[in-house]
Design a protein. Structure first.
Length: 81
């Protein structure tokens, strides 16, 4: 049985709390920004964690595995049985 937690930065995040994951790294252009080049993982209640590309990719894989391995090319996910 696989875990329902993924490791992002130094935090174990339950995958069911993840709302969306950025496909592009953060760039705002501000000199004092510490998040440049990191990927935002948005959680419930307007919380976010910031991930490296490796962490982001691992999180996406974990969510796909957790929800049953469905991929974007599986186009019959919404067909009634």
């Amino acid at each position: 049985m696989s875990s329902i937690f993924c490791l992002v930065d130094d935090k174990r995040i339950p995958v069911y709390r993840i709302m969306w994951i950025s496909d592009l790294p953060h760039f705002c252009g501000h000199d004092d920004c510490d998040r440049e080049g990191q990927y935002e993982i948005r959680l419930e209640q307007d919380e976010s964690v910031w991930a490296s590309r490796t962490e982001r990719d691992a999180t996406v894989s974990m969510i796909e595995s957790w929800q049953g391995g469905m991929h974007a090319d599986d186009d019959n996910w919404n067909d009634p049985m």
